[in-house]
Design a protein around this ligand. Structure first.
Ligand code: ITT
Length: 203
């Protein structure tokens, strides 16, 4: 059976995997940019929406295909909502996911109580078509930052983020639970009608 197809405008393998599982039921194949000539992305700014649109638009225009991008981040109450859209660059260049997590735990040492460690993941997804048609959607997932890393599933800040109503980090809960409750799952649910417009997708 024919399937729809969309290119994932991301270099983050964790996001790519989640795009695939979240879109599997819509009969949409998610293609990566690996092995293709590099697409030039504009410098990322401080707004999720503009960043997501810029990434999707760059790929849609370059390839003449449907493209999907995600700009996301972790907003920590005790840090005034930081690092937010700057989450990928938190702590400066040269850090990997675990370096950024360590940096975050250190920044929150003076806030040891669970009540002081409120946070939310935010995800804005942008779908851009080959004719320039564009839809964006946003999802959030509230929770708190744990006092140490737990679990080894997921990516990024998952080992220190405990979603509200759960006992354990996102990295312990695993992909089935994450795909039900995450910021990304919620954003994709909002995007469903637009995704169904991709030729070959099941509506
Ligand atoms: P692309 O721009 O290539 O998609 P990126 O990793 O740079 O990849 P962002 O600019 O959107 O993506 O940065 C998002 C940051 O937030 C990054 O550090 C991620 O690891 C983290 N993040 C995003 N979604 C997450 C999730 O579901 N779980 C844990 N951390 C997440």
């Amino acid at each position: 059976m024919a399937r729809g197809r969309v290119f994932a405008a991301t270099s983050n393998p964790g996001k790519l995997e989640e795009f695939r599982s979240l879109l599997a039921e819509l009969s949409i194949e998610v293609l990566s940019l690996a092995g293709r000539p590099p697409v030039t992305f504009p410098e990322e700014g401080t707004e999720y929406e503009a960043n997501a649109i810029a990434k999707a638009r760059a790929v849609a225009e370059e390839l003449g295909e449907w493209a999907l991008a995600d700009d996301s981040g972790l907003e920590v109450d005790a840090l005034g909502g930081a690092p937010g859209p700057l989450s990928a660059r938190y702590g400066g260049p040269g850090l990997d996911d675990s370096g950024r997590v360590a940096r975050l735990l250190a920044a929150l040492e003076e806030f040891p109580q669970a009540l002081e460690r409120g946070a939310r993941f935010v995800c804005v997804v942008a779908l851009v078509g080959p004719g320039g048609e564009q839809t964006i959607a946003r999802g959030e997932c509230s929770g708190q930052i744990l006092n140490g890393v737990r679990g080894d599933e997921g990516f990024g800040y998952d080992p220190v983020f405990q979603p509200q109503g759960f006992d354990g980090s996102m990295a312990e809960l695993g992909p089935e639970v994450k795909d039900q409750i995450s910021h990304r799952a919620r954003a994709f649910a909002q995007l469903e009608a637009a995704l169904a417009e991709i030729p070959g997708a099941s509506g």
